[in-house]
Design a protein around this ligand. Structure first.
Ligand SMILES: Cc1cc2nc3c(=O)[nH]c(=O)nc-3n(C[C@H](O)[C@H](O)[C@H](O)COP(=O)(O)OP(=O)(O)OC[C@H]3O[C@@H](n4cnc5c(N)ncnc54)[C@H](O)[C@@H]3O)c2cc1C
Length: 399
């Protein structure tokens, strides 16, 4: 076994329990922060398995639903390490903002994914059923399938290998794999997930694919797997359409005067952005994940609403609950955290014309972090990476 170790930083078995509370996320951040420097850079590519997540933060479920923010994670890392020592970790955190901003500026990629998914469903057969049941006979792939279903999490490297084997060895439509991930991951995110699958397939950085290699898998899983029969070439996928760049929609300041707050799973701490004394609060959920993923989000939202004695409303169509909540309160303004491209955004966009026709205004408030980072996500990650020193200064995290 070649577990890489730095003096005094030997990985200690460290399974993670993803309790859906801000306190649990902050506790994990404190536990991980000492490792966010050179130890992270040296060992982050190793997937030691679900019983040992000591070399990565495993913060993604909390960050995804904004129980812990990127700003807080960056602050904790930079408080313990010099910018040079935690450069790699800081970059990884900015990958999230990159993907969010990129999809926000090319929303047709999300629509094309949904259309492709509808078409791909017609191709579903025994090979797909074997893949999602972990019955392909490829040792690592089957193990990751079970791990994903049972824990709602996979290591980044495992996600890359999994997506590559799905696309190039099993030759299944990438959209079905992306949907499988989005359904089961506790951190399932329309931007990070869709764009990472497209990246592996050669659609994000056009023509550049990711090939999963047996020796690389054996090495970075510490010999836990020895896969055979993997594809040896990864021809890039192509698509007919171009995805034009669109301006980022405007964000609005929290308004003065009577309003209701709408909390949603895109930002479970979103109330912090809002007027402190709203005239009512409610929360909406779309139940589109696995039981594990839905439970994580529902419990997080329940907790966020508990201070006001409310419980989440679960619905596949938000228009009616939004109109009813506004009618009950007699308030003409609903304020919510900005919802980036994805199912929650589609629900709000679909409801807005009906709300407007009834004289109800929907105000979407974006976090300053997103407004700062997203405009730099127009093309490749390199463009944003160059801006990291400036962004850290603007975020008040460096001189
Ligand atoms: C096919 C595929 C699908 C993915 N789907 C998702 C998804 O649905 N949701 C999601 O949050 N991430 C996704 N990722 C990115 C990445 O795998 C996870 O963010 C990371 O594994 C989470 O583990 P961690 O918190 O220990 O990350 P760490 O390595 O500790 O990084 C810290 C934080 O930075 C962010 N981050 C790190 N790497 C990436 C990355 N490559 N892209 C975007 N953000 C990153 C995450 O918020 C993460 O919590 C996907 C990657 C691939 C290859």
């Amino acid at each position: 076994m070649n577990t890489p170790s730095l003096p005094g930083l030997e990985p200690v078995p460290q399974p993670v329990e993803w309790a859906p509370t801000r306190a649990a996320g902050l506790a994990r951040l404190s536990q991980f922060a000492p490792q966010a420097g050179r130890a992270y850079a040296a060992t982050r590519n190793y997937d030691y398995g679900p019983g040992n997540r000591s070399n990565i933060s495993a913060l993604s479920p909390w960050i995804r639903h904004r129980l812990v923010t990127e700003q807080e994670v960056l602050t904790a890392a930079l408080a313990r390490h010099s910018p040079a020592a935690c450069e790699k970790f800081v970059q990884e955190v900015f990958w999230r903002g990159y993907f969010k901003g990129w999809l926000e500026q090319r929303p047709s990629v999300w629509t094309a994914y949904l259309n492709g998914l509808d078409n791909a469903r017609y191709t579903i057969g025994a090979d797909y059923q074997d893949a999602i049941a972990g019955r392909t006979g490829i040792d690592c792939f089957d193990a990751w399938t079970h791990e994903l279903r049972e824990t709602g999490y996979l290591h980044n490297h495992a996600r890359m290998w999994f997506a590559s084997i799905w696309i190039f060895t099993l030759r299944l439509p990438w959209q079905l794999g992306a949907e499988f991930f989005l359904h089961h991951l506790l951190d399932g995110d329309p931007a990070s997930n869709t764009l990472s699958w497209r990246w592996v397939a050669g659609l994000h950085t056009k023509g550049k694919t990711y090939l999963a290699r047996p020796d690389n898998i054996a090495r970075y899983t510490n010999g836990r797997f020895d896969p055979t029969g993997l594809a040896t070439v990864a021809e890039p996928l192509t698509e007919p359409e171009d995805h034009p760049l669109r301006p980022i929609p405007p964000s609005f300041a929290p308004p003065e005067g009577p309003c209701m707050l709408l909390l949603n799973a895109e930002d479970l701490c979103g109330a912090a952005l809002m007027p402190p004394d709203p005239d009512g609060v409610f929360g909406l959920l779309t139940p589109d994940g696995s039981v594990l993923a839905n439970d994580f989000v529902a419990a997080g939202l329940e907790k966020a609403l508990a201070d006001w004695g409310q419980t989440p409303i679960t619905s596949n169509n938000w228009t009616q609950p939004l109109v009813e909540a506004a009618a009950r309160s007699g308030i003409r303004r609903i304020v919510t955290a900005y919802t980036p491209i994805g199912p929650a955004r589609s629900q709000l966009d679909a409801a807005e014309p009906t709300l407007m026709s009834q004289g109800i205004e929907l105000v979407r408030v974006r976090r300053a972090y997103d407004s700062l980072v997203w405009p730099h996500a127009k093309r490749g990650f390199f463009g944003l990476k160059k801006q990291i020193p400036n962004l850290l200064r603007n975020l008040g995290l460096s001189d």
